[in-house]
Design a protein around this ligand. Structure first.
Ligand SMILES: [Zn+2]
Length: 327
């Protein structure tokens, strides 16, 4: 009996020890945020496709590794309400492909489409916050035309907005911004805004993900946010690239509203992401649990965006605790 007890005890110690191999991240609200980018959800796993079972595994990874999904709006506002020790992250889906949101009939969402998977995940794990943004291309035709299935376009767009999802602009016809004149880009962005208003009359995009992550010349970036033509009104508060890097913290002075990095959402890229975070090569944003304070290691004080932040509190754990006042 004694031997068994010792073995059990050792076994318990071992499993406890193996838990410690999980990284224990220090609170750091100047750390980086992963914004994962998916395209089609199909029966394959490759550059532009993710299997339903793989997307499900990705969600399991986020849930079991203390990630907390936030919205693009929250990123913009710097309102990150993740629990203490949790890592904020964003899910994004590009190109409004039917495999992201498909109805089997008018009352049944395909459980293997992205929305089917996300909605079922909410039911299975009610404590895990499900959020995602869909960057749409209203002028693309066929399966990429606002999630295909024309008879249900309006129903789908309303469903997204009513169920905690965001809709962002991904241009109207998906041109490369590198090779298109800035006048044409502005007209295309505006056309996308107008097209979506055919279904959601009052809806305005708040964000843009550039097609292919492409950009015009640096001097024209501001025109992606706001048009120079009074007829072409749109307002993209955040603009996302596709550079396969983590986003900087919105509190970093280097956070660029016009070029926010996103990660690729396919197998190799995701494995590489996890390895870089585990090894400490990429330092994630780790929440202090209070959306109204910014907690950072003392050594990073110079990286803060707003030099006029007030009410500096020196926290006993050696971190500096700032009140939050941005934007
Ligand atoms: Zn795209």
């Amino acid at each position: 009996m004694v031997i068994i007890a010792i073995l059990l005890h050792n076994h318990a110690l071992f499993s406890q020890a193996s838990n410690f191999t999980k990284p224990k991240f220090e609170i750091d609200e100047l750390g980086m945020i992963p914004i994962f980018t998916y395209h089609k959800i199909t029966s394959q796993d490759n550059l532009m496709n993710r299997k339903p079972s793989s997307l499900l595994k990705d969600l399991d990874y986020l849930r079991t590794n203390n990630y907390y999904l936030i919205t693009v709006d929250e990123l913009y506002r710097g309102y990150i309400d993740a629990p203490h020790g949790y890592l904020p992250a964003i899910l994004s889906f590009d190109d409004s492909h039917v495999s992201q949101f498909k109805y089997l009939d008018q009352n049944k969402i395909d459980p293997n489409s992205a929305i089917g998977i996300l909605e079922n995940y909410k039911i299975k794990y009610p404590k895990f916050r499900v959020r995602a943004i869909f960057f749409v291309t209203p002028c693309q035709r066929g399966q990429n035309e606002l999630f295909g299935q024309k008879q249900w376009t309006k129903k789908k767009l309303i469903f997204l907005l009513e169920n905690g999802y965001e809709i962002g602009n991904h241009s109207c016809s998906h041109p490369s911004f590198q090779t298109t004149s800035i006048d044409k880009i502005q007209a295309d962005l505006y056309l996308s805004q107008r097209k979506i208003q055919e279904f959601l009359p009052k809806f305005k995009y708040n964000s843009l993900a550039t097609p292919y992550g492409s950009y015009p010349k640096r001097k024209d970036w501001s025109l992606l946010a706001k048009s120079s033509n009074r007829k072409f009104t749109y307002n993209h508060r955040l603009i996302f690239s596709y550079s396969n890097r983590m986003s900087l913290s919105p509190f970093s002075k280097n956070f660029n509203l016009q070029r926010v990095s996103r990660l690729h959402g396919f197998e190799e890229a995701l494995i590489s992401y996890r390895e870089k975070v585990q090894s400490g090569e990429w330092k994630p944003y780790v929440s202090d649990g209070n959306p109204n304070t910014i907690t950072i290691p003392k050594s990073r004080r110079d990286e803060l965006k707003n030099p006029s932040i007030q009410n500096l509190i020196l926290a006993p754990n050696g971190l500096d605790n700032y009140s939050w006042k941005l934007y």
